[in-house]
Design a protein around this ligand. Structure first.
Ligand code: NAI
Ligand SMILES: CC(C)CCC[C@@H](C)[C@H]1CC[C@H]2[C@@H]3[C@H](O)CC4=CC(=O)CC[C@]4(C)[C@H]3CC[C@]12C
Length: 379
């Protein structure tokens, strides 16, 4: 059963009746919502958009009034039958669903179940039902930073790096990514080959970013101040959520025409966001909303942060039978925050013509407006 499509948006073709069915798993999440909205805005060949998520958001209802049929599917990626039912008849699957947890909220088993087995279910569903194109949202964490704290400075997809994973989240993303890439070329129902690729965003920011919200609220509680914890010289790759969504839409569109080139490939997600430390970067948005980052150098010595992070891990373990204690600071988040990880690549541009849709100025303005719209601004 062929479900082919042409990614070239010629005049004649875009004027034809839309015929494609897309499925976005995790479509109600931070990134998933942007992918969903981007598809509706920028994929004129879309006939039906299926949004699959454990928790469906109320905003989906607003999307149902447009020309594209929007189908909300409440489901769990760990349930193979639910996934297969959602995938059946879809031309393209964009698999963003995942458990993003580096704070110890979920058990390692749950993280593995959702991120690895869930991805396996998506692959098997494509194979069984004859869906040929699969885009997987991977993560920079598949590469690093590693537990040795080696810097990854302006690296690209071919830069050698000692990827050593111990934490359940990067372990699960690395395993899932491998499954997706190994599935490239498998025969789907009807005999055509499955075409897969993986996108690896660095730290995503933008409207809906939960950790930014947490930092903002913490700053408000501390009287409009945040205290520098990490040296300004430690740089982090960050990418605007709208550009990450755009990259997903574009690569999904190009998968068929350029299957031999794109199939089985990984791409870092990048844009023109500046390289800065995690905290200085956040201040690009929190600053204009009235917060101040105190200190040109970290206020606490690093050894004390390591001690506090270890104490938090101990408290989390001791308190687990009674309550969930999951602060931002733990040995893993400290190691990630304190290690330079920046990417510099044009692979997505070379392979499928990606250019960021949003400039740095636009991305910044949109994010600031979103922070300002949150309740109780500091201004
Ligand atoms: N936030 C970030 O900085 C980065 C995120 N990523 C990846 O991007 C993807 C999306 O992440 P975010 O949007 O940040 O997270 P999110 O938590 O906002 O979104 C994930 C979505 O998946 C859904 N989901 C979770 N478990 C599910 C299950 N068992 N069945 C069905 N749906 C389920 C959630 O309900 C949620 O709507 C994830 O795969 C994550 O690993 C990659 C790099 C950076
Ligand atoms: C108080 C601490 C000293 C600073 C805390 C900051 C951390 C919570 C965050 C610093 C770097 C973040 C991670 C990074 O952006 C890469 C990521 C990729 C993903 O796929 C998921 C999220 C994350 C692990 C992200 C999580 C928060 C940080 C560790």
């Amino acid at each position: 059963m062929s479900q082919g499509f042409s990614p070239q948006l010629g005049m004649a073709e875009s004027a034809q009746a839309p015929k494609l069915v897309y499925l976005v798993t995790g479509g109600c999440g931070f990134l998933g919502e942007h992918v969903v909205r981007m598809l509706l805005e920028r994929e004129p060949r879309l006939r039906e958009l299926r949004i699959f998520d454990l928790h469906l958001s109320p905003w989906i209802e607003e999307l149902k009034t447009g020309p594209v049929q929007v189908t909300a599917i409440q489901g769990d990626v760990t349930q193979a039958q639910e996934v297969a039912a959602a995938v059946a008849g879809a031309h393209v699957v964009i698999h963003t669903a995942g458990l993003v947890d580096v704070f110890g909220r979920a058990s390692p088993e749950t993280i593995h179940k959702v991120n690895v087995r869930g991805t396996q279910n998506v692959i098997e569903a494509c194979v069984q039902t004859g869906t040929q194109f699969l885009v997987y949202t991977s993560s920079m964490e598949v590469v690093g930073p590693n537990i040795k704290g080696h810097p990854f400075y302006r690296g690209n997809e071919d830069t050698p790096y000692e990827a050593v994973h111990k934490h359940p989240y990067p372990c699960s993303k690395a395993l899932a990514e491998r499954l997706v890439l190994e599935a490239n070329g498998r025969k789907v129902r009807g005999g055509l080959p499955l075409v897969t690729c993986a996108l690896r965003p660095t730290g995503i920011y933008g409207e809906g970013h939960q950790i930014m919200r947490d930092f903002y609220r913490q700053g408000l509680r501390l009287g409009g101040r945040l205290f520098r914890a990490i040296p300004a010289s430690v740089e982090h790759g960050r990418v605007y959520v709208g550009n990450v969504a755009w990259m997903h839409v574009l690569v999904a569109r190009e998968l068929e025409q350029r299957a031999a080139l794109i199939g089985g490939q990984v791409y870092f997600c990048y844009d023109k966001s500046p390289y800065k430390s995690y905290e200085d970067f956040n201040m690009e948005f929190l600053g204009p909303c009235g917060l101040r980052l105190v200190g040109t150098r970290p206020l606490l010595p690093y050894w004390l942060l390591v001690l506090l992070a270890a104490l938090n891990a101990l408290l989390q373990w001791l308190l687990r039978p009674l309550l969930l204690y999951a602060p931002l600071l733990n040995p893993y988040t400290l190691a990630v925050a304190n290690t330079t990880f920046t990417v510099s690549t044009n692979k997505a541009q070379r392979h499928f013509g990606y250019e960021p849709l949003f400039s740095w100025e636009d991305s910044r303005t949109r994010t600031i407006l979103w922070v300002q719209a949150m309740e109780g601004t500091a201004q």
